[in-house]
Design a protein around this ligand. Structure first.
Ligand code: THU
Length: 157
């Protein structure tokens, strides 16, 4: 037996002002995207934004439903909208932010497993890394590629 380790490297920023101009714009778009959240059950509002290879930013927000599984997370809302709008373009980066009753959480919002899997698929489609920015009021985390938040990623057989 050999004990193995997986190491993940990411960057931490203390405010969106510390981000480079592109990431700052994406983080702001995710914050703006939160306004589209429809969360009458959890009251947890999530906003997401995806930057495409043509520079366009597509926003998303979580959409809940009385039949709970019919709702969808902000990240997938944004990615599916982006995929549908720009099928010929690649996704380059994604930002997300969350907050109870719209008040941004101090710690960064972290994406659910299903959203990470969908990110992995679009990254494989692009053939290059999609960076992920998790935004909180006190901290922001940046991961350079989806592999960093979904180790041992499932790839198609
Ligand atoms: N949610 C997201 O939008 N993204 C995630 O990655 C995790 C959870 C939403 C789903 C639901 O509307 C609310 O947050 C509470 O779980």
């Amino acid at each position: 037996m050999t004990a193995k380790q997986i190491n993940i490297t990411y960057q931490e920023f203390s405010s969106i002002d510390e981000l480079n101009a592109e990431d700052r714009e994406l983080a702001q778009a995710a914050i703006e995207g939160m306004k589209g959240s429809y969360a009458p059950y959890s009251h947890f509002n999530v906003g997401a934004a995806v930057r495409m290879s043509n520079g366009q930013i597509v926003r998303g927000a979580n959409q809940e439903n009385a039949a709970f599984p019919s709702g969808l997370c902000a990240e997938r809302t944004a990615m599916f909208a982006a995929g549908a709008k720009y099928p010929e373009k690649d996704m380059c980066s994604l930002a997300l932010v969350g907050g109870v009753y719209g008040r941004i959480t101090d710690e960064p919002a972290t994406p659910c497993g299903a959203c990470r899997q969908v990110m992995a698929q679009y990254q494989a489609k692009a053939g290059k890394p999609i960076s992920v920015l998790m935004v909180g009021a006190k901290r922001i985390w940046k991961f350079e590629k989806v592999d960093d938040i979904l180790p041992l990623i499932f790839d198609s057989i």
